[in-house]
Design a protein around this ligand. Structure first.
Ligand SMILES: Nc1ncnc2c1ncn2[C@@H]1O[C@H](COP(=O)(O)OP(=O)(O)OP(=O)(O)O)[C@@H](O)[C@H]1O
Length: 256
């Protein structure tokens, strides 16, 4: 078992009388690709919002590499090594693909506001930007204006920008949302490469091809609570999971 990177202890949040996430105890280990599954409204995105600091819990604690981060801001969590995609909100639409990624690399290097910078730094930034574009299969779109990209390409760009922050833990909320089914394999290819580098990925995803191809571990959430977790094969055969999803089709195909 690897080191626990993210841990939640009795984590919960209520919106008025509604408990969107409750009594959530998770241990997410480094280098493990974990997929969070659950029906619509189960609390998956809310859980991500809690982990990444966009929402403050009404109960419980969150730890990152053993440090209590419950009260830290999202930016402080990013600095500690947590990366999260934000559904295209971080892409600058009027800049080129290359400029977008360069800016993300620059922000990581913390030299964004320096006027006089050794040109060797720029060479290294350019090199990193090129590598990232290759990783997300966008090298051929480098000079395109971001707003002119297809939706799928924009999702890839967004991913490249999050990767520029070199996160140890990468939280991805439905990276294939809005994509045509034939475009899913390219996202699987990109995430498989990221997985190979040893990045810890926590994914929320409904597309079962993707879940099956990448997950080492599944966590099923229903009504804001963890129903079960474990290896995909075992989880998909668990009677409680079959009962919870009977007719829902949410886990169709995991064990085929
Ligand atoms: N800011 C908020 N205020 C009030 N209720 C909220 C808020 N955010 C989420 N909820 C509620 O919490 C519940 C969980 O929502 P959440 O978006 O986390 O579900 P989800 O599992 O991500 O669903 P989906 O798969 O549809 O994205 C829902 O009932 C939702 O309406």
């Amino acid at each position: 078992m690897g080191e626990v990177l993210i841990k939640t202890e009795n984590l919960g949040i209520s919106f008025g009388a509604h408990k969107a996430v409750s009594n959530m105890n998770l241990e997410l280990e480094e280098k493990v690709f974990t997929t969070i599954l659950g029906p619509n409204g189960a609390g998956k995105t809310t859980l991500f919002n809690l982990i990444s600091g966009l929402l403050k819990p009404t109960e419980g604690k969150i730890y990152f590499k053993g440090t209590d981060i419950t009260c830290l801001s999202p930016v402080e969590r990013v600095k500690m090594g947590m990366g999260r995609s934000f559904q295209l909100t971080n892409v600058f639409p009027n800049l080129t693909v290359y400029e977008n990624v360069r800016l993300a690399v620059q922000s990581k290097e913390n030299i964004g506001y320096r006027i006089f910078v050794d040109h060797r730094n720029y060479t290294s930034i350019n090199q990193k930007a090129d590598e990232l574009l290759e990783k997300v299969l966008l090298s051929d779109k480098k000079s395109f204006i971001a707003s002119k990209l297809s939706h799928t390409e924009q999702r890839k760009l967004e991913l490249g920008m999050v990767l520029a922050l070199e996160p140890e833990a990468l939280l991805l909320d439905e990276p294939t949302a809005g994509m045509a089914i034939e475009e899913v394999p390219t996202m699987i290819e990109i995430l498989a490469k990221i997985k190979k580098t040893g990045t810890t990925v926590i994914l929320i995803e409904h597309k079962m091809d993707m879940v099956k191809a990448l997950s080492d571990k599944l966590i099923i959430i229903v009504n804001g609570m963890k129903l079960i977790e474990g290896e995909p094969e075992a989880v998909s055969k668990h009677p409680e999971v079959l009962k919870a999803y009977l007719g829902g089709g949410v886990i169709d195909g995991i064990n085929t």
